[in-house]
Design a protein around this ligand. Structure first.
Ligand code: SF4
Ligand code: SF4
Ligand code: SF4
Length: 123
């Protein structure tokens, strides 16, 4: 599951490549394409595309909110290390928190946490 670029609509501006925090987008001859093995469905490219050429693939759900459940968090910092937006803060061995204003809702912290301490709410 990944976002998809409609090559008929893509005007080859490259803005999606610029905004993708996961280097999942690259140029082909006259349009851009998304590597589904790298895409985490954060929708940054979808929001940025000037020509509405990007859409979610079948089954892709958008995240509304991501939170850390402090009771489950052991303060290992895995989520913080992988967050592309520097949106996680905390002190080792104490519960971490997500700065909502910075969070781009990519869900990477959810996929990295080994303690079920990240709660994802979908739209
Ligand atoms: S949805 Fe996110 S990870 Fe996937 S290509 Fe777009 S910006 Fe990159
Ligand atoms: S990865 Fe999980 S347990 Fe580790 S600091 Fe983040 S939320 Fe807490
Ligand atoms: S969802 Fe998690 S990893 Fe992604 S930006 Fe928000 S805090 Fe960082």
């Amino acid at each position: 599951m990944a976002y998809i670029i409609d090559k008929e609509k893509c005007v080859n501006c490259g803005y999606c490549e610029f905004v993708c925090p996961f280097s999942a987008i690259s140029a082909l001859d006259d349009y851009y394409t998304i590597d589904e093995n790298k895409c985490v469905n954060c929708a940054q490219c979808f929001d940025a595309c000037i020509n509405c050429a990007i859409s979610p693939g079948i089954g892709v759900k958008r995240i509304q909110k991501v939170e850390i459940i402090s009771e489950n968090c052991i303060g290992c910092s895995l989520c913080k290390r992988f967050c592309p937006a520097n949106a996680v803060e905390g002190v080792i061995k104490q519960p971490f928190t997500i700065i909502q204003e910075k969070c781009i809702k990519c869900g990477v912290c959810f996929s990295k946490c080994k303690k079920d301490a990240v709660l994802v709410v979908y739209r």
